[in-house]
Design a protein around this ligand. Structure first.
Ligand SMILES: [Zn+2]
Ligand SMILES: [Zn+2]
Length: 403
């Protein structure tokens, strides 16, 4: 079996991994590069996958973040694309909205994605792939166990152990992902080590404290970071605060998909009404107070102007606000500056979607991986500082590793 990381050995995002035998060829993730990446050419091509004669059995997407799926439109139409069923629905809504608002994306292609399910193996010639759900800031995210020629590869995708599903993760690895020959594992946090990681549950407790002290609370977070939104939602219920979301029906639709997909009360967004914001809600919001899940956009900005001196919770990665960082986001930064000018009190409350060093060590230990290949990491060399028993193999983009 051969492994080739086309992209992602020395950067966060833009992930593309190939697994190949003499009979079969699959690709895991077809990610677009994040703004922080030292961009490889945007005309990046893989023969038989994005150009030439189709020569690939399937592209399997671990989760719906753009740095893992964003290049799906480049995949030759003859090649089937697979995604988790719920993730596909959420991504479909995102792509539909993108098409309507900016005439970008291809929602029809997303609707044609094949679906995979937890623990149900997929067969591509002599390659068997079994998806297992994993804890990440994207909902319905997966790792893949890939088996062929008597060998076992585990591709973690993006993961962490401190989200809503975090405490269940060690048992999942223990049960399904031991005796691994090659572990392809993300190492995002190895270059962001100074960040203190709180659990999503701790975030929820702090949200409740904020809601108890502040009547009007705006929250700036990703529309698809379901764990964090669920923590704010459940905290709002406990504090008897109306829960408002912005942007037509886009956010509410995503929360409906999540609610329908699970029996978990934590992810049940029908326990209390989710209001899609419209200006006619202003007097109700004024009377009752609220938790408003917003974005750095015009609607949120205008709404905040109607409620001066509110609390604004920034629940995203701090790097977006760092002018010295390549991922600096001018819109978010200007949005916050403007909010502070209008009298908003700013609070930072966020937790990472990625695994701590300790948890990376734990996974290496549980899986007993003989070889460890880092991806999704700006400094894969930092893996050498971890307490890992397996052989560390640092690849370069495009290099072939044979096992
Ligand atoms: Zn990622
Ligand atoms: Zn991700």
């Amino acid at each position: 079996m051969q492994i080739k990381i086309h992209r992602g050995t020395h950067q966060i995002g833009g992930c593309i991994t190939e697994i190949k035998t003499s009979l079969s060829r699959i690709i895991i993730d077809m990610g677009a590069e994040l703004p922080s990446a030292n961009k490889t050419a945007c005309d990046f091509e893989i023969d038989g996958v994005t150009c030439g004669t189709p020569n690939c059995d399937a592209v399997l997407i671990t989760h719906y973040h753009g740095d893992h799926v964003g290049m799906y439109e480049k995949i030759l139409p003859e090649i089937p694309i697979y995604m988790g069923a719920v993730a596909k629905n959420i991504y479909g809504v995102v792509q539909k909205t993108l098409k309507t608002k900016l005439n970008q994306g291809n929602p029809q292609r997303v609707a044609d994605f094949y679906e995979y399910y937890i623990g149900k193996p997929l067969f591509f010639g002599d390659i068997k792939v079994t998806p297992y759900i994993i804890d990440h800031s994207a909902f319905d995210a997966y790792m893949f166990l890939i088996e062929s020629e008597g060998k076992r590869i585990l591709h973690t995708g993006d993961f962490r152990m401190h989200g809503a599903r975090g405490n269940k993760m060690p048992a999942v690895f223990e049960k399904y992902a031991k005796d691994i020959d090659v572990l392809i594992i993300e190492g995002t946090m190895l270059s962001r080590n100074s960040e203190k990681i709180i659990t999503e549950h701790e975030l929820g407790v702090q949200a409740k404290n904020l809601f108890a002290e502040h009547k009007n609370v705006f929250v700036l977070c990703s529309s698809t970071n379901i764990d964090t939104i669920a923590e704010f939602y459940n905290a709002a219920i406990e504090c008897n605060k109306p829960f408002i979301v912005c942007e037509d029906d886009f956010q509410a639709e995503i929360l409906r998909i999540v609610t329908q997909s699970t029996y978990s009360p934590f992810y049940d967004f029908s326990k209390q009404k989710v209001f899609s914001y419209a200006p006619n809600l202003n007097s109700f919001m004024n009377e009752r107070g609220f938790c408003f899940i917003g974005r750095a956009n015009y609607i949120t900005k205008k709404t905040m102007e109607c409620f001066p001196n509110s609390m604004l919770v920034y629940s995203m990665w701090k790097g977006y606000l760092d002018k010295t960082h390549a991922a600096f986001d001018k819109y978010k930064s200007e949005f916050l500056e403007n909010a502070i000018k209008t009298g908003c009190q700013l609070e930072y409350l966020h937790t990472s979607g990625h695994s701590s060093s300790k948890d990376i060590e734990k996974i290496c230990e549980i899986t007993q991986a003989k070889t460890v290949i880092p991806i999704h990491c700006e400094c894969p060399e930092n893996f050498a500082k971890l307490n890992i028993l397996g052989n560390l193999k640092i690849l370069y983009d495009g290099e072939i590793y044979t096992l």
